[in-house]
Ligand binder design. Structure first.
Ligand SMILES: [Zn+2]
Length: 476
């Protein structure tokens, strides 16, 4: 058996048609897999951005456990566990925040990322600056490979889905079974570059892709002054502009949906293909002014942390929808269970399934009940290089309750996300508030006492890397 983990940047819950109430979303392949697979209706990312969600997705921990951005040396990622058990591990990261720079290559026998952009010289000077990467420089082919796609594509600061697929298929063909492959698609993350033919099928109010990206750039370039939550992005966009941006996001989702289908077909084309379990999730969501902002700022409302999570197989149909709240930090223990590997003591997540998931026997009651689902962050802008407990925000879900705690005010707001999934109105319930507040305090003490805040090798001094970060709106 093989496992392919597909993470899609900025894919909010309603980005898949079957999970949305909107006719504007067109994702036929994922719709089918939502119906046929095991679909988690209440899955939460561990944070609202890549740097706070990947400690969960690949590390099985919460951001405050070992700090962020970057994978901590104290944390054992899923790839390392599997590699030690002789399983081939393949990683392809379209995002600089999950690249070698942030140690997310750890445990992968074969890894590809976008470090370096098309600026070859910068890449090599970067390599020379960084010991860890210097070791990798010996693998010339791999380095060349990481430059090539960006040379061929346009100015978008990440690998597009079709290029990522080509790299993935090559790497999968080159490895021996069983394998674990992780692919991170960036397409729904702004700036946008859907194929023109797909873009034209969406009602983007007469705007061209370039104009949409100009609107986004305009926002992005003003972001530093607006980094505080108190200042509203809505003043930067008219409602028509925001609709056009949303439709472009939908076009990117339609494109990525077609590319996941293409990958699925390539991987499973032969009848004697091994059973392959696909796990698809958004790394975090995306806000379109629901709570006053655009993109994915350090906030913990549902549009930012409630994400699609689907498991499906090329051999079996599960036809299951699971309503128990779960966390993306449950992914590493799930994958290790599927491979019969051991869990790791640093992980906080719990398996999403018994070993029998893929025989179609999953039932709600088989899933171990989680007491609380946490999401957390403690930075104001960018990737979170600076974390300070004073500005920590912590979300605690105990369905149907969700409490968002703001350390700045030493207070939080309670929502009933079953009745009010968009968190429009805080509710009063002293007993629940007290219970969840106490849980938030426990998480806060983890951050305050932690051995972390910064991992050791995350200097981002390289110009190429800085440019990438800026293009993605991470840099101030
Ligand atoms: Zn992300």
């Amino acid at each position: 058996m093989n496992v392919i983990l597909i993470t899609i940047d900025s894919m909010r819950f309603g980005a898949i048609s079957e999970l949305s109430n909107s006719d504007d979303v067109v994702t036929p392949f994922l719709d089918q897999k939502v119906r046929q697979g095991a679909t988690f209706m209440n899955a939460f990312a561990t944070g609202s951005g890549t740097s706070t969600s990947f400690p969960g997705i690949l590390g099985g921990v919460l951001p405050f456990d070992f700090g962020y951005p970057g994978l901590s040396n104290h944390n054992t990622p899923i790839a390392e566990v599997l590699k030690n058990d002789g399983i081939s591990t393949i990683g392809i990261s379209g995002n600089i925040a999950t690249s070698r720079v942030y140690s997310y290559d750890r445990g992968f026998t074969s890894f590809h990322d976008t470090v370096g952009n098309s600026l070859k010289d910068n890449l090599y000077s970067y390599i020379l600056e960084h010991n860890k990467i210097f070791k990798l420089a010996k693998k010339t082919n791999q380095i060349i490979r990481s430059i090539k796609p960006s040379l061929e594509s346009n100015s978008v600061p990440y690998i597009r889905a079709e290029d990522l697929n080509d790299i993935a298929v090559d790497m999968i063909e080159d490895c021996k079974d069983p394998y674990f492959a992780w692919l991170h698609y960036m397409d729904p993350h702004h700036p946008y570059s859907p194929p023109q033919s797909i873009f034209e099928e969406f009602d983007t109010k007469g705007y061209e892709i370039d104009q949409i990206n100009e609107l986004v750039d305009n926002w992005s370039s003003r972001r530093p002054e607006l980094s505080s939550d108190n200042k509203n992005d809505s003043e930067l966009f008219t409602s028509t502009e925001m609709e056009a941006i949303k439709e472009t996001y939908n076009a990117e989702m339609a494109y990525v949906d077609s590319q996941i289908e293409a990958l699925y077909k390539k991987i499973t084309k032969s009848k004697d293909t091994e059973e392959t379990i696909f796990i698809v999730c958004g790394d975090h969501g995306e806000e379109f002014l629901e709570h006053g902002h655009f993109s994915h700022r350090p906030k913990l409302f549902n549009e930012l942390i409630h994400v699609p999570l689907i498991l499906f197989s090329n051999k079996d149909k599960f036809n299951t929808s699971i309503s128990n709240p779960v966390s993306l930090s449950d992914i590493p223990p799930t994958v290790s269970r599927l491979f019969d590997s051991k869990s790791n003591s640093t992980w906080r997540g719990m398996p999403l399934t018994s070993k029998d998931l893929y025989t179609g026997r999953i039932k709600n009651q088989e899933l171990e009940e989680r007491d609380y689902i946490f999401s957390e962050l403690a930075h104001e802008a960018g990737l979170g290089e600076e974390q300070s407990p004073e500005i920590a925000k912590i979300s605690v879900v105990k369905y149907p309750w969700k409490y968002i705690y703001y350390n700045k005010n030493n207070a939080g707001r309670l929502y009933n996300i079953r009745d009010d999934p968009h968190e429009t109105e805080a509710v009063l319930n002293e007993e629940v508030t007290d219970e969840l507040h106490e849980q938030a305090q426990t998480r806060l003490s983890t951050l305050a006492d932690g051995p972390h805040h910064k991992t050791e090798n995350q200097s981002t001094s390289s110009t190429a890397v800085q440019d990438r970060l800026e293009a993605l709106g991470y840099k101030e």
